[in-house]
Structures are given as C-alpha cells and as structure tokens.
Design a protein around this ligand. Structure first.
Ligand code: GLC
Length: 609
C-alpha cells in the first residue's frame, strides 16, 4: 500500500496536529513504557504515546473488569495532556486475550496452521478483538508471521507453519478479524505484524541473549532452574543471527509482511534477531528501504522489549541514534523511559537524529491512531466485558481445537467407542489446563495447573463418555487391563528463548509412563501437547495411534470430540515432523518421518461390539 490509509481530511488533521507539537511531545509519542514503570502523572506530563503490558503484566485482581480499570486510567490520563493525543495500550493476545483470567484461550498458531482454515482464523481474530477491546485495549502484538525453520526454537508454536503461503493466508485472516467492520469501528484492534524480519531463520548457537541474566529474564518464571534450562539449550537460537542470503529472506520471510501490509496492517514490530550479523533494530536497509520503501508500509514500526539496549551494550545513546535512524518509530522501553526520552532529545539537539526523522515517526504513529478512530473514541464500550470468555467464543475455540488435531497413526485404535468398555486415560498432562495452554497464558511463560477457567482433556473425555466409563491414572499404575488406553504427554510450558531445546525426544519419565499403559491395554493412543513436532520415531511402532494436539488452549473437550469420533480428524501437518533427533532444522538430514501437509488417513470408525 503506497497511498496513505487516511482520507485527505484526516491527513490534513494529522499534519496540523504535528505542526503544533513540541519536540518533547513528539518524543513522548515515540515512547512506550511497561505499565508497572509509569509514575502517576507521567502519561500526561510526558505525552506518552503508549503503555504496554508485557507477558503477565496483569492488574490485581486479574479479572476482565480489573484489566479495563487499569487500562482506562492510562487512557484517561492522556486526555489531560496539552494536545489530548489518545494513548493506545498494547498487549500480547496471541491466542486469545491470554493474560486475562477468564478469557477464551484459543489454540496457539501452530494448531491453527494445522487447520489451514482462514475463515476460522478470521473468526478467532474477531472474537479475540472483542475480548481485547472489552478491556479498553486497542493494540495487539499479533500476528507473529514467523516462518520457523528450526523447531528447536522456543517460538516455533507462535508460527502458523513452515510454509510462507499458509502463514500469509492465516495472518491476513487474523488481521481481517481484528479489523472487523472497519479500522474506525469501536472494536477494531491494531495488529502488530511480527517480528520483522526473518526472526525464525536464526542459526542454532548464534544467540547471545542469555549472557546476562537481567531483570527481564528474571521475570521468566519456569519450574526448571535457569541453569538447567541453559544446559538444555535455552536462548541458543532465539534472538540469534539469521545467516540466510537475501534471496531466501525475500522468498521465505518477507511475503507475509507484504500480504499483511496489503491487508491494511499499520504496525510492525522489529525483530531482536540479526541478519548477516547486523541487528534488525539497527538495519536501515530492512526497516526503511525494504519495509517502508519497497513494501510501501505507511504505519509505524515499534521496537521489541528493551531491544535497543542490545545494539551497543553500554552505549545507550548510540543505541538510540542507530535504531531511530534505521527506522524504528516507537520504542518499547519497559523500564527507564525517561532515560530514552533524554537520550533521543540530546540526539535531535545535536542533529545526530534529524528532526525530519522524528516527524516521520510521529506522523506514522498519528496515522495509526487516526485510522483507528481513537481521537473520536478513545474508550471502548464497557458492555463488551460480557463477551470475555463467553460461550460463543469458547464454542469457537472448541471448533478450532477439533480442526487442529492431526492424526499421524491409527492402527484401529481410534475413534474410541463412547459406549464400549471403560477407557483408561493416563498422564498428569491429561488433566492440566496450564499444560494444554502452553506459554503466553496468564503469565509470560505460562505454567501448569488450573491457571484459568477451562476444560481439561480428561474432563472433556468424561463429559463425552460418562465419568464411569473413563478411568484416570496420573502415573499409569493400574491393577487391571483395558481395551483402550490414552496417554497424554505435554511439553513443560515455555515462551521465547526459554523454550529453545537441543533435545526434542521424550523424557525417560514419559517413555516409562507410556510403557506402563502399553502393558495394560490392547489399543494404545498417545496424544502429544507440544509447541512443535517431537522426536518419537523409536516409540511409534509400539503405539496404535498418535495424535498431535499442539497447544489447544482452554477448550479441551475439542480433543474428546475427535477422539470419540463425534467430529472427524481434519488437521494436517503445518511443519515437517523430524525422523531423527539430530536433524531438526528444515532441509537437514533424512526425509521427515511425516511431511508438511500430511496426516494419516483416518480409518473407518471401528465401532464397539
Ligand atoms: C517480547 C516478545 C514480543 C512481545 C513483546 C511485548 O519480548 O519478543 O513478541 O510482543 O516482548 O511483550
């Protein structure tokens, strides 16, 4: 899109407003602190353009109404600033409004990629936008349009697929859902297409992110010890260096941005990663020449969380100059926002950053705010709160779960017979809502347990066949035999580089659990809850059925619907499924065990006798 998304009147309004702004007000618009850092009165005093909640940046109480009250306070304060430029609040609602207890949690993107259903994703985008707007939030740091190449990456599940065409189609669908009846409609939510560019193409071992255990990493609460995670590969690839050539960057990683911009996206988030050794946040060719020039992007580029600090550690002023001159328009500076404001002010005063660059950045920010109708309606309608976690949205999420499941093997074990003999369900992960939601759920890393209202897989199975017909053993130790056994195995919830793993095989405990159930049932089905394919080749011959369930979210009954045959399997692999443990980057090593787009032909239903 090379023309402005604004009408000529809106463009005139924007120029007139820009002409009234002081340098301090312009730089204030370019500043986005995290909500816990903002001192009372600073939104108005500094004319801050945005505030964000990072992963888990929740109010107390963490309720939809509590969220709305928190966000509204910041928006109202901005109305006290001299020019009353509306503040836009940003969150990561990457699979529903996932920080909010009670919100509908949809399958993570990898599961939506398995559905290949753009209309479904559009409806999910609309439902998510309604729940986000209910809390007065109008900016969502989604969709990730990553095209993962190495499934050891902890952010694989935030990608729809390894296929850039599928990524483009589903990202555009989600953006259409965020837009709804038009960008100026009161429930439209600004998407942030991320992370520009080739965030998913980095090389294993090239990341230096964990060299300092800083304040941000200390927020990444995991059950495992940080040192243990580092030994298992944490932060080995996330935020690393993409060594690909420009032809590959253009063929694989750029197309989803072109599609999203053509669909009207007015925000892009820059990637922490580097390309050919230069950090994207300082990459003028990529951010300005390619994104804003060649692709005609008319919106604004936001940095990632503290990403500027990584450019020249110890020389913050140089970080600021390089990033803003490269094309960053708004800076996500979660903590010391006044240091950023001071640094950029000095840079403009010394002409290290031209005033024209500042005006371009602010014009882009104002364009998005005008396009979203924020000047006319800075607040959304409070009555939307009734939609957060509503039945219709949970039904939609259940449909998405049904369509996301991929059947990879079925030697007559599925579908289960809801009227047949008792079924054994084993594994603590079968009854753990946090495990089936994964990362970016209530907290940044996510976590096990009943973290938010929803239905576990076990609860879904019992609702489908009756509690007496579904026996449950968390550890698989049982004293009788069963016709059918189902074992559910989950990855420990994680996000970002905390989820980088060198080894994607099953743990010894998981293998032992499956062996115990194998010994006690005629037909064994394994259901995997994972953010990526896992290496199960050696185990598969002993299994009668294998289902990839990805990270389904709150509506676990969608898994029961398909296991009991009420809904047929329809999902197909969004990624190659690796055959060996040491070939996990796409294109490496032997042919995959299962290929992109594949799924086992579901055998005719085997009804009980
Ligand atoms: C994180 C992620 C980005 C997210 C941002 C705000 O570090 O890289 O995807 O939108 O910070 O939470």
């Amino acid at each position: 899109m090379t023309t402005s998304p604004l009408t000529s009147d809106q463009q005139q309004f924007t120029e007139q407003l820009l002409a009234q702004m002081t340098l301090a007000e312009k730089i204030g618009q370019m500043t986005q602190p995290e909500k816990n850092s903002v001192k009372p009165g600073d939104v108005a005093r500094l004319a801050l353009g945005s505030v964000l909640s990072g992963g888990g940046g929740n109010p107390e109480p963490n309720t939809p109404a509590g969220w709305r009250a928190m966000v509204t306070q910041f928006i109202a304060e901005a109305q006290q600033s001299r020019l009353r430029i509306p503040l836009i609040y940003g969150v990561d609602a990457v699979h529903g409004h996932n920080n909010v207890v009670g919100a509908t949690i949809f399958p993570h993107n990898i599961g939506l990629g398995a559905t290949r259903d753009a209309e479904l994703v559009r409806r999910i985008g609309r439902a998510t936008a309604l729940e986000v707007a209910a809390t007065n939030v109008r900016w969502n740091f989604a969709p990730a349009v990553s095209v993962p190449q190495d499934i050891r990456w902890g952010r694989t599940y935030e990608g729809y697929s390894q296929d850039p065409r599928l990524v483009s189609d589903l990202a555009v669908a989600l953006i259409r859902g965020f837009e709804g009846d038009g960008w100026t409609a009161p429930t439209a939510v600004l998407p942030s297409v991320k992370h520009f560019v080739a965030d998913a193409a980095t090389t294993w071992g090239s990341s230096t992110r964990a060299q300092s255990f800083d304040r941000t990493l200390s927020n990444a609460t995991m059950t495992q010890d940080f040192r243990e995670l580092l030994e298992r590969g944490a932060w080995q690839i996330d935020q690393g260096n993409a060594e690909i050539d420009e032809a590959t960057l253009r063929a694989v990683h750029l197309p989803p941005y072109r599609a999203a911009i053509e669909a009207g996206a007015l925000n892009v988030m820059a990637s922490y990663s580097a390309w050919q050794g230069l950090k994207v946040h300082a990459h003028r060719y990529l951010l300005t020449d390619v994104l804003k020039g060649e692709l005609g992007f008319q919106g604004f580029v936001v940095s990632d969380w503290e990403a500027l600090d990584q450019l020249h550690p110890g020389d913050y002023d140089r970080c600021v100059v390089d990033a803003i001159n490269a094309g960053i328009d708004m800076v996500m500076v979660p903590f010391d926002y006044e240091r950023f404001i001071g640094s950029l002010t000095r840079a403009v005063d010394s002409s290290a950053v031209p005033l024209a660059r500042i005006d371009d950045a602010v014009r882009r920010i104002l364009t998005a705010k005008v396009a979203l109708g924020l000047f006319e309606q800075p607040h959304t309608d409070e009555r939307l709160l009734a939609l957060v976690g509503c039945g219709a949205h949970r039904d939609l999420a259940r449909e998405a779960v049904q369509k996301s499941l991929v059947l990879l093997k079925n030697a007559g074990a599925l579908p289960l017979d809801p009227h047949g003999p008792e079924v054994l369900v084993a594994g603590a992960d079968a009854d753990d809502l946090g495990a089936q939601c994964g990362g970016w759920t209530i907290s940044w890393m996510g976590g096990r347990g009943p973290t938010t209202p929803g239905t576990t897989i076990l609860e879904g199975l019992r609702a489908a066949a009756g509690p007496d017909r579904v026996h449950y053993s968390p550890d698989g130790h049982v004293t009788r035999d069963y016709r059918a056994g189902v074992v559910v195995l989950a990855e420990e919830p994680y996000a970002e580089g905390m989820g980088d793993r060198a080894d994607l095989t099953l743990s010894a405990e998981q293998a032992a659990l499956v062996a115990r159930v194998r010994a006690r049932c005629e037909q064994l089905t394994v259901v995997l809850l994972s953010g990526r394919p896992l290496v199960i080749t050696e185990h598969l011959p002993a299994w009668d059925a294998l289902v990839a369930a990805w990270l389904p979210g709150t509506e676990g009954q969608g898994v029961a619907d398909v296991l009991f045959g009420r809904v047929p399997f329809s999902g197909r692999l969004p990624f190659d499924w690796p055959r060996t443990a040491d070939h996990l980057r796409r294109g490496d090593g032997p042919a995959p065990l299962f290929a992109l787009g594949e799924a086992a032909a579901a055998l005719e239903p085997v009804m009980g006798d």
